[in-house]
Design a protein around this ligand. Structure first.
Ligand code: GLV
Ligand code: MN
Ligand code: MN
Ligand code: MN
Length: 420
């Protein structure tokens, strides 16, 4: 069992009018990964918890009413004079990261939401609808395997019992980790009361490709999210001694895994627009002088058509069985999550295009909580230019002036949607 981390010293807020760059600088030392480079901020780690505490302090200082719900989602409310939480305009993103991730994936949307509130307050804006900033836990699924865990629990798309029993790489269950972070795991799951308070959701996010570079624009309106899913392939063989086992006597799952990885690329290339990735592979037990008894690998598959994803995964699974058998091994494929392709709400996208006439419309291949929420309420996204075009890497980047342009676009969007 873990002990709750000590609260961090929240750094002094940047002097002068807060900027997105200034807010991100305040947290730029939190969760730096000295080994991989970039940031490792797994959900409910000390680093992510420090960011949550930072967000709660910054939101509270802005006069927002902050609470963390049973699913670990932080909500920061700007209420109207009437004080009724209904038909709210919600924005926000996440603070967790992939291992060795960039500085902006998630935190850019959170910091931009805070600055958008500042900009609206500086305009003496009085919203006619309430505004909520949401910070979702485990968007990346880096710790417990299921991306958008918080929004899937909120919307009832994930069985709370399944969630409670998910394990992180150290074997801790989600239930235990949530409890150590002050959340009673008995109460996780669908929260229709919270959902019913929301009228729409707009997530601002760093662009994770080259669309805005090519269009020479700082901000885009999102159109769709590519369907994606995750599968685990366990290849079992026979663990043995690296020095005493002759090559012909081996049933080595690592050899099968190597063939499978190459095979996945070959299979995926047969399907236009398909993307298939093995970014994580774990030999068990994992020793230099040990022939592994099992290799677990995780496959991320994406395609605009869900039927193609299904066909591709089936082909990958059948091929893995053949390749494993060639090495005297066996292969078992299990699905961990699946998210269909999402088209964002037409009306909301049109409205954002009216409010941001210069912004082009872009699709994305990356997953987001906005994609999960889209099945339950009108949802939209704004993307901010990333001059490297690289993401899920320390090389992800946003120029300061683009970050401020993004916050301004978010403020203008929220102002239009809130109706002052
Ligand atoms: C999350 O960022 C994903 O698209 O995998
Ligand atoms: Mn993200
Ligand atoms: Mn990400
Ligand atoms: Mn994501």
């Amino acid at each position: 069992p873990q002990t709750a981390p000590a609260p961090p010293a929240v750094p002094a807020e940047t002097a002068g009018a807060p900027t997105v760059a200034g807010l991100l600088k305040e947290i730029s030392d939190v969760g730096r990964d000295r080994t991989r480079g970039g940031y490792s901020r797994p959900v409910f780690s000390t680093a992510e918890t420090d960011l949550r505490i930072w967000f709660i302090e910054r939101a509270t200082r802005r006069g927002l009413d902050v609470h963390t719900d049973a699913n670990g989602i932080i909500w920061a409310w700007w209420d109207t004079a009437a004080g009724v939480r209904k038909d709210a305009v919600a924005t926000g993103s996440h603070l967790d990261s992939v291992p060795g991730g960039g500085e902006y994936d998630g935190p850019l949307g959170v910091a931009s939401a805070l600055v958008a509130v500042d900009l609206l307050k500086a305009r003496n804006f009085r919203p006619r609808r309430p505004l909520a900033i949401a910070v979702f836990p485990e968007e990346e699924g880096s710790r417990f395997g299921i991306a958008c865990l918080g929004s899937r629990l909120l919307t009832g798309e994930l069985d709370p019992n399944k969630a409670r029993n998910l394990r992180d790489p150290d074997g801790n269950t989600y239930a235990d980790v949530a409890a150590a972070n002050g959340q009673d795991p008995r109460f996780i799951g669908a929260d229709y009361k919270a959902l019913q308070q929301l009228g729409l959701f707009v997530e601002l996010h760093v662009e994770q490709g080259r669309g805005l570079i090519d269009l020479d624009q700082p901000v885009a309106v999102g159109s769709s999210i590519l369907g994606h899913g995750r599968w685990k392939l366990a290849i079992s063989g026979e663990g043995n001694h690296a020095g005493t086992t002759l090559m012909q006597d081996r049933r080595d799952p690592m050899i099968a895994a190597a063939k499978v990885v190459v095979g996945i690329r070959e299979t995926a290339r047969k399907y236009r627009d398909a993307r298939a990735t093995v970014g994580r592979l774990q030999p068990v037990p994992g020793g230099t002088n040990v022939i592994a008894s099992r290799v677990d690998l995780w496959i991320d598959v994406r395609h605009p058509e869900d039927s193609v994803t299904a066909a591709l995964v089936e082909a990958i699974g059948l091929n893995a069985q053949v390749l494993a058998a060639e090495e005297g091994c066996s292969a078992a494929l299990t699905r961990e999550s699946l998210s269909p392709t999402v088209q964002f709400d037409d009306g909301l996208r049109d409205r954002l295009q009216q409010l941001l006439p210069a912004a082009p419309v872009l699709a994305t291949g990356a997953g987001h909580d906005a994609g999960v929420l889209a099945a339950h309420l009108p949802t939209a996204m704004l993307f901010v230019r990333n001059p490297t075009g690289i993401s899920h890497s320390p090389d992800e980047l946003v120029e300061d002036r683009d970050a401020e342009a993004g916050a301004l676009a978010l403020a203008d969007s929220l102002a239009g949607l809130l109706g002052g």
